[in-house]
Design a binder for this molecule. Structure first.
Ligand SMILES: [Zn+2]
Length: 326
């Protein structure tokens, strides 16, 4: 009786040991599989997510400077970037309304990653929308709301997507996302463009902050379904090394929609950064867009693939920042 009890106890422990060993082997296998799954996950931008950001921005409706839609967008962006760990600042000032002359409060939004770094780079876009789709030939069509999915929304969506990667990114410099207000607070032609970038650049020049921007990239109209981004002539002339580095990043990540040849010469927010602030800045813009300043500049004319490709280029660029040519 005693002998059989002892052997049954031994058997019990043997069984337990066997069970524990099997469990360990099983867990190790599962763990390895999980690692393999994680390694197989795409590390790059998410097509559906970035398109979702564009839809979210456009669902607000028009985001005209000083409007409720603009305030709603600012709040949405503040929450988005604060949740990702960035510091969000507003630069505010008043401008007379182009028609009524009444003061309108304008706000550039600065989203700061690693705010302690004194060497920084800028990634910017405008986040206001044109008051009317005034490229429509039929004056009745000009009364339709202008949603500005590509012109106003696409840069915002790319920076929102890029924000998901910034916290874990080993970058050599601090990165600031800058959203310009009043790029086109224009009710009748000719009007004054670029109020936000000119205000920011003048402040940067006249009341220098305790850090410097070594260079910048402006994103404008980067969501076109039929994406093709040529080098912009002013950018190539004023910020050649930045332009070269962006197209080098596109080549490195295999985004063929960036064509390394010059096409349009454009006035955009990058002029103030180059000429007033002295920050070499390149404009990344697809200006061959059939819905430019028309009512059909809607999310349907844009694609998540285009937005994700531009995000991928910028993600590579941030990790391979250019050095100014002597
Ligand atoms: Zn525009």
């Amino acid at each position: 009786m005693e002998g059989s009890a002892r052997s049954s106890i031994r058997r019990f422990w043997q069984m337990r040991l066997l069970a524990i060993i099997s469990l360990c082997v099983f867990s190790a296998l599962i763990c390895e599989e999980r690692h393999a799954l994680r390694a197989a996950e795409p590390a790059g931008p998410d097509v559906a997510r970035v398109y979702g950001y564009l839809q979210k921005v456009c669902a607000i409706g028009p985001r005209i400077s000083g409007s409720k839609g603009m305030t709603q967008q600012q709040e949405m962006l503040r929450v988005h970037f604060t949740n990702l760990g960035a510091k969000v600042f507003l630069q505010e000032w008043d401008t007379p309304h182009p028609i009524t002359g009444q003061p309108v409060r304008l706000k550039n939004m600065l989203v700061s990653w690693h705010p302690e770094a004194t060497e920084r780079v800028l990634l910017c876009c405008h986040y206001d929308t044109r008051p009317k789709p005034d490229e429509e030939q039929n004056p009745r069509m000009q009364e339709a709301p202008f949603i500005g999915a590509n012109d106003g929304g696409s840069g915002v969506a790319v920076l929102m997507e890029l924000g998901n990667f910034l916290p874990g990114l080993p970058v050599k410099k601090g990165v600031d996302f800058l959203f310009f207000d009043a790029e086109e607070f224009i009710f009748q032609k000719p009007g004054k463009f670029f109020l936000g970038s000119e205000y920011f650049s003048t402040q940067y020049r006249d009341s220098p902050p305790p850090f410097r921007y070594s260079c910048g990239v402006l994103l404008d109209m980067v969501g076109d379904k039929d994406l093709k981004i040529w080098q912009e002539v002013n950018s190539a002339q004023m910020a050649g090394f930045v332009t070269d580095s962006v197209w080098a990043s596109a080549k490195a990540v295999g985004v063929k929609e960036f064509v390394a040849r010059r096409k349009h010469t454009l006035n955009d927010d990058h002029l103030a950064l180059n000429q007033i602030a002295g920050i070499p800045t390149c404009d990344v813009i697809d200006f061959d867009y059939p819905h430019w300043h028309k009512r059909n500049d809607l999310p349907a004319a844009c694609s998540g693939e285009s937005l994700a490709k531009v995000t991928a280029v910028m993600l590579h660029w941030i990790q391979n920042l250019p050095v100014a040519r002597p």
